[in-house]
Design a protein around this ligand. Structure first.
Ligand SMILES: C[S@@+](CC[C@H](N)C(=O)[O-])C[C@H]1O[C@@H](n2cnc3c(N)ncnc32)[C@H](O)[C@@H]1O
Length: 234
């Protein structure tokens, strides 16, 4: 079964007994210093993430099944928090790593559905779409990122919200890093990871007729933020 270096790092981390030493993977740029990333940071939500997801699920109705989509869901840490706040929600994830998809399907709780790509996603509108864990990055360059966000906005129910996390760029800038994720003896293919500034997100939201609200993110390294896009002003 093909498993990415990132996926293997997370799946190994999930087996670690409590109190084990920290486990790391590396993000290696073509030139320059590798960045060491702590696997644990992708296995549990931080306090401000739990609070934000709690707020976003509050308007969910008890009489109609809410639907939540997490794009690039990893080990499903955000969907598990959604499940706690809204046990009746349909939790859907898009994740290219098969091992992580299988893990999520077994642990996120039903009803759920996990798919390898956005193209494989069945017709379904969502109350909440997550592109978090620095998730905007999965679209790579600026143009695919604009198109990807537009495609996701098209999947929202009228009162739905899209939450994305990005950062480390000022104003209306957009920047792309290339790096290779390495873990033990495995290396993923080189990856182009995009990052946007708040002005870039505001312009994209306005182009699509959406409002945007910002929240600070405490993601390791600092400089990240959440942007919450909605058709209304609330
Ligand atoms: C930085 S991780 C974040 C994971 C998760 N959202 C979290 O915060 O823990 C990005 C995830 O997106 C997945 N991914 C990257 N590109 C993807 C793509 N094009 N389609 C689906 N999943 C993708 C990766 O395998 C990885 O699990």
């Amino acid at each position: 079964m093909p498993i990415s270096a990132f996926g293997q790092a997370l799946l190994d981390g999930l087996q670690d007994p409590p109190g084990s030493p920290a486990r790391y993977f590396e993000m290696r740029p073509p030139n320059g210093q590798a960045l060491r990333m702590r696997t644990q940071d992708f296995l549990a939500c931080r306090r401000e993430e739990v609070a934000l997801l709690g707020e976003l699920t509050k308007p969910f109705s008890a009489s109609r099944q809410p639907a939540v989509l997490d794009v690039g869901c990893g080990a499903g840490r955000h969907l598990k928090v959604i499940r706690e706040h809204a046990p009746h929600a349909l939790c859907v994830g898009v994740e290219r790593c098969p091992g992580l998809r299988d893990y999520c399907a077994a642990t996120v709780g039903t009803p759920n559905g996990f798919f390898a790509s956005l193209d494989a996603l069945p017709e379904q509108a969502f109350d909440l779409i997550l592109l978090v864990g620095n998730g905007l990055g999965i679209f790579g360059d600026a143009e695919p990122a604009r198109a990807g966000v537009r495609q996701l906005l098209g999947r929202l129910r009228p009162s739905g919200k899209l939450v994305l996390e990005t950062g480390h760029v000022r104003d209306s800038g957009y920047s792309v890093d290339e790096f290779t994720v390495c873990y033990q003896d495995q290396a993923d293919a080189p990856y182009r990871w995009g990052r946007a500034g708040p002005g870039w997100i505001e312009a994209l939201a306005a182009d699509n007729g959406y409002h945007v609200m910002f929240r600070p993110s405490q993601a390791p390294g600092g400089g990240f933020f959440f942007a919450i896009l909605s058709a209304g002003t609330d």
